[in-house]
Ligand binder design. Structure first.
Ligand SMILES: O=c1ccn([C@H]2C[C@H](O)[C@@H](COP(=O)(O)OP(=O)(O)OP(=O)(O)O)O2)c(=O)[nH]1
Length: 184
């Protein structure tokens, strides 16, 4: 089965194309490609509006000394806080698709860093930089380093609803039973 689709991708100046290459899949059957933390020195200014809306008090971008990388930075996310992390890429998602931004299992289970709002959706009409909101569920501050793979992205089909208003729905065995009705 051919399950490949060509997508337009734009890398921004703070994306380190030479060292990172374009986003890639970790294995032959991986559903998601990895997104990197394209942290950079200008990001607090670039994302100022978002910082003002978020609980950015505990958010600090620290310039680091990494040879040959003028953008070298790391980000401290204190316990309970959300860090907004640029990926340095913009992707044109075809109509009829979405890009789902999901936690990486290892980071979530063992590193306590999860996508802040459960799952992110990149809409097909979005043309901006993909941003990742990571919430630190740990009891101590977590550090994100520039270039780290912080999330995975899954290209998925989308159906849009068109309503057919009715007073009855087709009967089923489950009916209105939900939330643990088949056992816990
Ligand atoms: O993890 C995410 C989630 C969303 N977005 C971008 C792409 C998406 O198309 C846009 C809007 O996202 P969404 O519709 O989930 O957010 P909203 O809060 O409903 O905002 P809006 O009113 O802009 O639709 O923000 C990201 O960069 N990263």
């Amino acid at each position: 089965m051919n399950n490949k689709m060509k997508l337009k991708i734009q890398t921004l100046p703070h994306y380190d194309l030479d060292n990172w290459g374009l986003p890639s899949y970790g294995s032959e059957g991986a559903a998601g490609f990895d997104l990197r933390a394209a942290l950079h020195t200008g990001q607090k200014e670039a994302l100022r509006e978002l910082f003002e809306k978020s609980n950015a008090n505990g958010y600090s971008i620290i310039k680091t000394k990494t040879k040959g990388d003028k953008n070298a930075t790391k980000l401290n996310i204190p316990s309970g806080f959300v860090g907004i992390i640029p990926t340095g890429i913009c992707i044109e998602i075809p109509q009829g698709c979405e890009l789902q931004i999901r936690s990486r299992s290892g980071m979530g289970m063992f590193g306590s860093l999860v996508i802040a709002h459960g799952t992110g959706t990149i809409d097909s009409d979005y043309r901006g930089e993909i941003l990742i909101g990571l919430r630190n569920m740990n009891l101590t501050t977590r550090v994100i380093r520039r270039g780290a793979c912080i999330a995975q992205a899954i290209l998925a089909p989308v159906y849009r609803a068109e309503w057919e208003q009715t007073t009855t729905l087709t009967e089923t065995q489950r009916g209105q039973n939900g939330f643990g009705s088949t056992g816990l």
